[in-house]
Design a protein around this ligand. Structure first.
Ligand code: 13P
Ligand code: SF4
Length: 314
């Protein structure tokens, strides 16, 4: 570890102690961010944990909607996010005005939204879900309920298939999860016979169809810890490999590469928004107590109901 990194870690830890701040990180962030975090988790665990900690400041190293969710659940705490530009292509694929118009066309439908949405969209939602609890929550809704599910089409199709529902699906997607190459995955499977494929439900249906375990980041991590197997093929953002390798140093994790577009393509399966969280930005945001997440009070008052329903039904 170079001196700069060590220095930042020391300074971040000291500032966090001094300011009574707690640092949260999603599994897709850079390894050094996961190393300094007090809590690492999937979207559900991060939201749940935020409501339990005693702190004046919460630093959310993840993406914008995660900071918003935290602020909505903890309005009295100062919520900092190292880079306000850390967005999410999936959340961006559903604008509140478009959802409002779609709801108006389907007035007899309730709205179930994935947590990867803006506060404005959550304010138009009946119940929020994450990939950890989507099946459990949809299973609890009345059998005859008409449901709009958004914005992730792949997760929605998967939940339809495991619940037997026929939810009306929004056509949104995560650019990272929708670009995994089926061809490369089939080649990896052929080269590694008997090795289980673990996939996040944001992947497209053909990827999920040839996967053995489908789950949230936390569920996939837990599977690698519990399973006696020594090797796994992983179809999700590659940041999770750091935590998998840390938890299981004797096991091997083989990432599925993304599709090549017209021979060029992107050679990585990283979420560039998650990677915007750096040690320098964490330090600066703690030092300056900025950027601070602010959510419009009227929007927050509506959005909190759909998030609290999720927490109650999880
Ligand atoms: P998890 O809830 O599984 O952590 O997923 C969040 C996310 O952004 C996946 O792309
Ligand atoms: Fe959003 Fe995809 Fe990045 Fe997750 S991996 S934060 S869904 S863009």
């Amino acid at each position: 570890m170079d001196l700069k990194k060590k220095e930042y870690i020391y300074k971040i830890k000291s500032l966090a102690r001094e300011k009574n701040a707690v640092i949260f990180a999603h599994y897709y962030t850079r390894p050094e961010i996961q190393e300094i975090a007090d809590f690492i988790g999937d979207s559900l665990a991060l939201a749940q944990q935020a409501t339990r900690v005693q702190a004046d400041i919460l630093v959310m190293c993840g993406v914008h909607f995660m900071g918003e969710t935290m602020k909505i659940l903890c309005p009295d705490k100062k919520v900092l996010i190292p880079d306000m530009n850390a967005g999410c292509s999936l959340a961006d694929s559903c604008k509140a005005a478009d959802l409002a118009a779609f709801k108006a066309q389907h007035p007899d439908h309730m709205v179930v939204s994935y947590v990867n949405t803006s506060a404005d969209v959550k304010a138009l939602t009946d119940v929020v879900v994450t990939s950890s609890n989507a099946k459990k929550i949809v299973d609890q809704l009345p059998a005859d309920a008409k449901i709009i599910f958004g914005p992730d089409y792949n997760l929605g199709s998967y939940i339809n298939s495991v619940t037997g529902r026929n939810m009306l699906l929004w056509n949104g997607a995560c650019h990272v999860h929708s670009r995994f190459s089926l061809e490369a995955l089939l080649k990896l499977k052929a080269e590694n016979p008997g090795v289980e494929v673990l996939a996040h439900p944001e992947c497209k249906a053909p990827i999920l169809a040839v996967s053995d375990v489908i789950g949230s980041t936390k569920a996939l991590l837990e599977h690698t810890i519990k399973s006696p197997a020594k090797r796994f093929i992983i179809a999700t953002e590659s940041g999770i490999l750091f935590e998998m390798q840390r938890a299981c140093p004797d096991k091997e994790f083989i990432p599925v590469p993304p599709e090549m577009t017209e021979g060029v393509g992107c050679s990585c399966n990283e979420c560039e928004y998650m990677r915007m969280n750096t040690l320098e930005k964490v330090y600066n945001c703690l030092l300056n107590e900025s950027p601070e997440m602010i959510v419009d009070k009227k929007i927050a008052a509506k959005a909190v109901t759909s998030i609290e329903w999720m927490l109650k039904m999880s």
